[in-house]
Structure formats: C-alpha cells, structure tokens
Design a protein around this ligand. Structure first.
Ligand code: GLA
Length: 377
C-alpha cells in the first residue's frame, strides 16, 4: 500500500522549526481570551479574507471558535459550535466534546489504549470510559497551549512541542499547524510534524458544523455527499474490526448526496452501535486535494460546505453525544445539532497492518492539508 507519510531530508525538517524569533505581524485581531487551566494566558485571533469571511481561533487547543460566512441572502452567520470564553471550553461536559479543537497525538481511537511499535508495547490513557484511548488521551493537543509562530490578517501559524513520553507516546514531536483563508471562502489547514524517535500520529480538527448556525437545532435535514466506496465498520466499542466494507446497499452510501436523517434510524447494526453516524469513510481519492471528499448542503440557509483533503479517511460524526447539556454560542447544543467531518488516518491504525501506516520516523516530515470551503446555492 502506498505510504502516505512522505519522507524528506532531516535538514529541511530542522529549518522548519528553528526559525528563531516569533513573528507577530499585522494581526490587529488579537485579543485576550483568558487563562488556560495551567494558568497560561491565551489569546483569540480573528482572521479575515477579502470577501468578508471571518474565522476566530484561540491558541488554547488551536480551537476554531467561530466561522462566519454568508448565506444565500448574503447575511453573514456563524456555522460552528463554540464558546466566547475559555470557561466554555474547559467546563465539563463540553471539555469532552473537543469543540473546534486540534486533535493529537492520535485522533480517534486506539483500542484498549495500547499499540505495538518496533516490537515494543506502548500504553496510552484509556480516557474513553476506561476502554479506548480517544483523541490523544487525557491531555491531548486540544487542551494544550500552542505557541503562536506567526499571525497575519488571514493566517495563523501555531506550534506545539509534545515531549517524549507525553500521554505515553514516544519521541519529541514538533507539530506546526497553519490556518489560512483564501478569497474564495476556503479555510485551509496545513499540518506538519517531525519526530526524533519512531512514533505514531494522527492529526485532525474537530469542528462541529451546523450550516444554519450553532444552536439552531438538528442537522438531519442537511444533505451530505461523501466520496467513499468503503468504510471501516466498528465493534461495540467503536473500534474498527479491520474490515474495509463496501457502502453499497447500506445507509452509509453517500456517494450520491442524501439527506443525513433519511436513513439514520434504520435497522442497520453499524448505526445502532454508534447511535447514528460515527464512522471512518475510506476516501476514493486519497492525497488528491482537488477532489471533493465531502459536501454538505443546507436547504434552509443555502450554505454549502465542501471538504478537500490529502488524508485517506474522514470521520463523519452526527453529534450523537450532544444531549442539550451544553450551552454555547447560539444556544443549546442538542442531540445531533451539528456534524463533524474529521479528516484523518483510519482509527486504531497502529493495530491494523492493512490500514495506511500512521508511523512517523526521524528524518521524515509528516504533512497533510485539509480545506473547508464555503459557498451558497
Ligand atoms: C469523535 C468520536 C465520537 C465522539 C466525538 C467527541 O468524533 O468519533 O465518538 O467521541 O469525537 O464527542
């Protein structure tokens, strides 16, 4: 199988991270956002493009707190769930929902919190009901304060050094994430990572989208297309069985756009196990940033979201754990009132040799790109 982690020279890798002084130029949209649980000051950055799109990101967890784009009548409105203060993100149960966050070191699940690498067994926190490791463990990248390497009107570059052994993962891992806006209402996320020891990584962003606006109710009337002929079915713990099943003939077939709610309550075991959609789709065009990996259309607002990615998979999650106990920007976050499209490598890949590798070795540079592009129809 084609290896998706590209290797370039270690010299190039070093030059990426030893750039010296932190550049802090031309971002007038920087404001205090409070203090992290560890007492560090964190900030909120406002990015703007030339056509009015506005995105707010905090360096606490690299979280996107809002994305404002026009609807079909050219009214600007927010399309992600979020909070306008730090306490919103750190209070439970919101803290366990990863709103808008950068996720690492290992996005999605690692069965039993273990994996074997170079013949050695590693144990990472089983922070999902004591069963699996979810989204990097107890203190994943979502709760770290990221260094701001560069901030401009339409971009923000964040860096985090995850030290060897953090949350049980081997190697000093240098991660850079660059958010940037283009003038066609695209939010681009570039992820880069290097390590000094063999390790495993899976990086994503965990934004919850509702194209009618956060707090505006169910997303079941929105339509989705996912460019995937296969998916990775899961067991009762939401761990992939290892199979790469065809979507054909199942409620997971979104190759032609379908209303999200049209089959979600059907008598299909995978939907029952996850209480809705919470599955990794195997993209038909991995590595191809020009292919639409997923497309969501909201008949109410007329807004359209297209996802492009170099990653091999995408987790389509219909907010099945939202239950109305969280109140954020826009109101109450009720059951299935948002969807996530988490571009990623497959869940639990280190424990499945038939999945694309998530290993990263010294001298290699991991790079992936995802674009969330907004429009109307
Ligand atoms: C991911 C998982 C879901 C859930 C959310 C956070 O999308 O796949 O099962 O854990 O994160 O609530």
């Amino acid at each position: 199988m084609k290896r998706l982690l590209s290797a370039v020279s270690a010299v190039y890798a070093m030059s990426l991270f030893n750039t010296g002084a932190i550049a802090q130029s031309a971002n007038d949209g920087k404001e205090p956002f409070g203090k992290s649980p560890g007492g560090k000051e964190v900030f909120l950055y406002t990015l703007r493009n030339g056509s009015g799109m506005q995105v707010k990101i905090t360096n606490f967890g690299g979280r996107i707190t809002s994305i404002e784009v026009p609807d079909r009548d050219k009214n600007m409105g927010d399309v992600v769930l979020g909070f306008d203060s730090m306490s919103g993100y750190t209070a439970k149960p919101a803290a366990n929902a990863y709103f808008g966050a950068l996720i690492g070191r290992y996005a999605n699940r690692l069965a039993g919190g273990t994996f074997i690498l170079d013949g050695q067994t590693y144990h990472v926190p089983t922070n999902e009901n004591g069963k699996n490791s979810l989204h990097g463990g107890t203190h994943g990248f979502d709760s770290r304060v990221w260094d701001v390497k560069q901030a401009s009107t339409n971009s923000l570059e964040l860096h985090y050094l995850s030290p060897n052994g953090e949350e049980g993962f081997p190697g000093d891992l240098n991660v850079t994430v660059r958010y940037s806006l283009d003038d066609r209402d695209g939010l681009r996320i570039d992820y880069t990572a290097t390590t000094d020891k063999d390790t495993v990584i899976n990086l994503t962003n965990h934004s919850y989208f509702n194209l009618s606006g956060p707090g505006s109710g169910s997303i079941l009337n929105e339509n989705i297309m996912i460019d995937a002929r296969r998916y990775t079915p899961v067991n009762a713990n939401l761990i992939p069985t290892g199979a790469l099943d065809e979507v054909s003939g199942t409620p997971l077939d979104f190759r032609a756009a379908k209303q999200i709610g049209s089959r979600i309550s059907g008598n299909f075991e995978q939907l029952k196990l996850a209480n809705g959609y919470d599955h990794n789709f195997v993209l038909n065009h991995p590595g191809d940033l020009s292919a639409v990996a997923a497309r969501v259309e909201d008949p109410k607002s007329g807004r359209v979201l297209e996802v492009f990615t170099t990653q091999p998979g995408i987790q389509f999650y219909t907010g099945n754990f939202l239950n109305g106990s969280v109140h954020g920007i826009g109101g109450t976050y009720t059951f299935r009132s948002a969807l996530c499209l988490e571009t990623q490598h497959f869940p639990d890949s280190p424990n499945h040799t038939n999945f694309p590798t998530t290993e990263l070795h010294p001298g290699q540079v991991f790079h992936s790109t995802t674009i969330y592009r907004f429009s109307t129809k």
